[in-house]
Design a protein around this ligand. Structure first.
Ligand code: ADP
Ligand code: MG
Length: 286
């Protein structure tokens, strides 16, 4: 299976393994068809954990949503089963983090652009939640754009569950998107994903993190006890209200993904988004 794909270039590397841009080897007709191969190192995992990882991939393969990176294939990359390979569709537009970074110093995103992207992310989150799946690592680096400017949520956690201790994995990176409860030993829930979604909307409008600090401990303190972040300027009350509701420190007061999508302000944007995508679909046949 593994040699069906030819590596083109490495596009990511982390403690878990590598991410490659690949193409099908024996597919001249579709030579332009490119994919992403994520290799997850599992040499330290025991048999049960390996089975779990495979089971998790199988579950993710059943997901089908226009705003979620689709899984194409999976296989053990080597005969010793130390690396699990997952093939996904490629998002040529890169990740949202890089897009936002490139805007710094230049113009902000328009409210229209922000909301067009945000509703697609919220739809993806609602879909996952409706399947009882938590994302657990929602951040702009895990949101990808396609060539046609569609948003796809990616990095659905396979290895995530395998890490012995959630806190330990949090400490590896800076926990900009972590909700207050996670630092208070309250289990991760749907509402923790919503907090992260609030951080993402804040970042899209302000081009900076909702919570920042120079030291880890002061960042945690700000998330737990600090004032809500200063609202972005140049955006409507509808956008600012959404951010405030999602960044509510009280878990139960935070809206669900469904609540967000049912907000009249958001409904209006969804209507516009659907109209736009329908007219785009019609255009080539004219
Ligand atoms: P991890 O965060 O565990 O390293 P990701 O799945 O987020 O793994 O992939 C790492 C990086 O590789 C992403 O931030 C992105 O830049 C790139 N990448 C991953 N999947 C895709 C994809 N489907 N299309 C385009 N780029 C991708
Ligand atoms: Mg990632």
């Amino acid at each position: 299976m593994a040699d069906r794909y030819e590596k083109i270039e490495k596009i990511g590397e982390g403690s878990y393994g590598q991410v490659w841009k690949v193409k099908l080897r024996d597919d001249p007709a579709n030579s332009k068809n490119k994919f992403v191969l994520k290799l997850i190192r599992l040499e330290k995992a025991n048999k049960k954990e390996r089975e779990y990882a495979e089971q998790e991939v199988k579950l993710l393969k059943t997901l089908s949503h226009p705003n979620i990176v689709s899984f194409k294939d999976h296989f053990w990359y080597d005969s010793k089963q130390t690396q699990l390979g997952i093939v996904m569709s490629l998002c040529e537009g890169g990740d949202l983090y890089k897009v936002l970074k490139s805007k710094k110093g230049g113009g902000k995103l328009s409210e229209h652009e922000v909301m067009q992207w945000f509703i697609q992310i919220a739809l993806a989150v609602q879909y996952l939640h409706s399947k009882n799946i938590l994302h657990r690592d929602l951040k702009t680096q895990n949101i990808f754009l396609t060539r046609s400017n569609l948003v796809k949520l990616g990095d659905l956690g396979i290895a995530r569950e395998l890490k012995e201790d959630e806190m330990a994995s949090t400490l590896i990176g800076t926990p900009y998107y972590m909700s207050p409860e996670i630092f208070q030993n309250i289990p991760y829930s749907y509402k923790s994903d919503i907090w992260s979604l609030g951080c993402i909307l804040y970042e899209m409008t302000s081009l900076k993190h909702a919570f920042t600090a120079h030291a880890f401990s002061s960042l945690v303190h700000k998330i737990i006890n600090g004032e809500p972040p200063k609202m972005p300027t140049g955006y409507s009350k509808g956008v600012c209200d959404l951010i405030s509701r999602m960044l509510n420190k009280e878990i139960d007061a935070r809206p669900s993904a469904r609540d967000i999508l049912q907000t009249p302000f958001v409904q209006e944007k969804i209507k516009k988004f659907l109209e736009d995508s329908q007219s785009k679909q019609k255009r080539p046949s004219r």
